[in-house]
Write a protein that binds this ligand. Sequence first.
Ligand code: AHR
Length: 653
Amino acid sequence: MTGSYRRVLLLAGYICIAIVTSAQVQKQQPISAGKKISADLFGLFFEDINYAADGGLYAELVQNRSFEYSPTDRREWNPFSYWEYITPGFSYGSVQVETTSPVHPNNPHYIVLNIEHAGDAGVGIRNPGFDGMVVKAGDVYTLSLFARSLTDIPVSLAVSLQTPKGKILAEQKFSTPSKEWKKYTASLVPSIYSDSASLVILATTKGKLAIDVVSLFPEKTFMNRQNGLRPDMAQALADMKPKFIRFPGGCLVHGDGLGNMYRWKNSIGPVEQRIEQKNIWGYHQTAGLGYFEYFQFCEDIGAKPLPVLPAAVSCQNSGGTWRIGGTGQKAIPMEEMSDYIQEVLDLIEWANGPVTSTWGAIRAAAGHPAPFNLEYIGIGNEDKITPEFEQRFKMIYDAVREKYPAVTVIGTVGPFPEGDDFSRGWVYARHLAVPVVDEHYYKNPEWFMSNLDRYDTYNRNQPQVYLGEYASWDNKLKNAIAEAAYMTSLERNGDVVRMASYAPLFAKKNHTQWKPDMIFFDNSTLYFTPNYYVQKMFSINQGNVYFDGVVSKNQNDTTLATSCVQDSKTGDVILKLVNTNRESKVMKISLANFKGISPTAGLTILSGDADAENSFEHPQNIVPVQTSIKVSRNFEHTAPPMSLSIIRIKTKR
Ligand code: AHR
């Protein structure tokens, strides 16, 4: 393009001059012709931290269903943790954990119940779930268990849901004649609601029985998926209309030592054959919510899946914690790398391959013959950028590029927004021409406000950025509003920032080891932080073209932040106006660039006291308020103190 031709285009683009706001020294800003920005900008990052998966999004109600808890997970745990051996009604017998002949070698522990005298009520076990099971009157709960009779006489079982005082809410009886492992199921329909129910299994006849994989699943899961998700939690994510979901971590991915990496193949197939393991966040992963379920959920809510696989190195804090450090990064030995690379390639075949391919057939057998259309794959998470990392990353990256050039690889540049790993990671990513790299930072609100220009100067001819984890250090409104201001800068730089996701997503009451988080929950309810509302307001109001200069403001004023995007599918023009001040500010808006503006626009405002937050007791303290306003070619908006306003304007096309 010649210089003069470019100038003509530029001039044609600069359509209107907007007059700037009241209190500031205002500068006239030209409205740009609009630049294309990422269509995948705002999505979600899900990690099993704070009991987000087991005991959270994954709808299973039984805790330690496969008797695989161990002191490796937590020093005081063992395979019988969260189970109680019970002998009501003058019964006696014994229970013990065995491993000699399991349901599947991947799932080695099971229990043997020896019923010497069944008494009035039987010999059995009780499981309180994750802090008590919430069961609803009239809803169906599917009990399933694997059993193997160890004598010639079939054992009779009574399975029930009971309150802490022993009131039976639902009960079913069946016998277990098979001398081989067999799956038995029964439906339990509670007569009344309880938030502290237990599952009780009583053997009511004399005999000896092996039991494993005791599951209680609500029939009502999100979109009624088998082995599915808790509906209210899943719906909270669906409502955000995320463009993508990154999973399964975080630090969970590269793991506490090589043996603890998240290996995707361990998380698919029948649940009784999945390999459970310690969760790096101090508890246990059943892998019940595994790769199939993650991909299915993404598809169900229209989000692109973004699986992250280890870069063949473990977490540099392995053997310790992210706070105190540990034994250091360990790397998969070179002689095992070709198998590991194959594992990465197999994932892409599993996700995208035809049913005639080896891994496509496995996906089809799991109930999904159509490909999942995987576009992105993350390699590594916050890894220390060592020669071992670089060598292995390159091997994986080259193999993926060669076999699947259409899949975008996302690299990693350490845990901080600057520093050694950040610089080395970037240098290496540039050297390899990695298409996108994953930046992470957790900072105070002031940091976000003073870094609104961070991406303005990023080179557009180098790797793009996925801001995979960020949050300001609390869940008060002022934190959320600082994030909102920052998100306007992500939109402005949406030509180099391809994706962004807040972290972490979920935190369970009494099991939160990381704060801030986006959504807090217990077994029956959840509440949204102001940060959730900011994320949601941006996420459901994404555009693919960015316009400069539509809202007038002093360029140097970092207490206000604005952006304007257009969604070319709907034609809607969307303004985001952020005021971090403790008084309101008038902003002037010029829509001269847009034709056919509808005079009535939607206005959503999140505002309130800077230190206000939501809680289980006061979940509605800070919520967005929706109204409509009149707009015209030139109009003003008064942004309340500490607020995010989103104005969505329809245009005729
Ligand atoms: O989001 C919590 C943790 O923060 C992630 O696991 C890790 O990637 C980061 O350090």
